[in-house]
Design a binder for this molecule. Sequence first.
Ligand code: CA
Length: 483
Amino acid sequence: MKQFKNIILLCTTAALTASCGNGWLDLQPSTSVNTGEALNYVGDAKYALNGIYSAMQDAYLYSGRVVYYADVTGDDMQAVSSTKRTGSYYLFSYTPDNAPSTHWSYLYSMIQSCNTILDIIDDLPLEGASEKDRADYKGQALTLRALALFDLTRIYGYPYTKDSGASLGVPVVKTQLLVADKPARNTVAECYAAIIDDLTQAVTLLGDGYNKGRVNKWAAEALLSRVYLYKGDNQNALTTGQDAIKGAEENNYELWSNADYPTAWGNDAGSGNPGEVLFEIVNTTTDSPGKESLGYLNSYSGYDDYCITTSFYAMLRDDPDDVRLKLLKFDGKKYAYVNKYQPQEGETIQDANIPLLRLSEVYLNVAEAAFKLGNVAVAAQYLNPIVERANPERHVEAANLTLGRILIERRKELVAEGHRLYDAMRNGLKCHRYDVPSKDIASTAKLTGTYPDEYDWTYYKIVLPIPKAEMDTNPNMKQNPEY
Ligand code: CA
């Protein structure tokens, strides 16, 4: 019986996902989940969650587009050519009529699926499951809903720090919507409040042990520290990040070593060797996102879709002994690819797992928050493990520390993991696209287009337009300025 329900839920998720072209408000009643039939007991929530994690493997979600968006709209990475998948993002060439709609439809489909669980899990009978199971499943659904809403908010809404969240984000949807519902956009501040509400609740519910391919307490805290950092709530970013690091390390997570770093990305982590990835999308040969996945797009033996810029290469080459240079793969002497999406043993590159939350990021979150609070000693304490791992000969003295130094370390460490545009914009900084000639890679790699070479949060295209299908069907929906 449970297996049967599992199939229903997986199909439901697939059906929701497949209807993306029309926007989520156009869902036919037949594809809406009937929660009364689908979820009868607490244990059924586990199968419903499996369906959500499975949907997240899609290349339109976390095995591809949602991740690469912020890299190719920044200045550390670029499309290899204007006709690549990443080309229109890099060139900012989209209009309200042709802009991608999948960020919207797939992420809201994910939220709808989380809501099918959250709407009723408190009332389900245990039937062999425990209250601890109930809490953990609820915590997972809350974390995934927060993750999806956070991604929607940073894709469609301006940085919180630009206007204290006064501008429009996206609709906050905390219960299953009916087809007839036409919600309006909430402010960015209201989105952040909803995200923080879900995550702070999740942290009190989730299990603290390793859970392969699933979020646990430390993953939720890691994400929460990032959300606080984006919000400019540095005190909470600091304490939440510190708690995540302490708790994760007590549960055997640890930063990869200098020696392991170039290949650790391909490790098949387990409870005995969790490594530093707090949450990853697990892809396998029999359950693969295929050739649109990050592994395939980031490889010259795949679709060679996007690569690092010459200016990023020059920045990383600033220290020729930086271990992160070992992650670069060169296509002859033309382009350099980031080899972070490494397949696990026996797999091909398209089956590579996708690390979404790493301990390294949390160290950098704490370092940045501490510095902004004026606590340079703590900032240096959390920055140095990353600096010294990259090159054991290097060390940063607290007295010499600057915010710029911390942010450069963040760029070097998190490149190709979907951070750059957001990190520059939330700090009120510019992305700057320019070429630095090098004997190693093409000297004029920057693509010709109509985009500005420098842009900050005043450039209207740092947010995507609300998809046309949504604008056409929902009279309450407002478009982003200037689109
Ligand atoms: Ca894999």
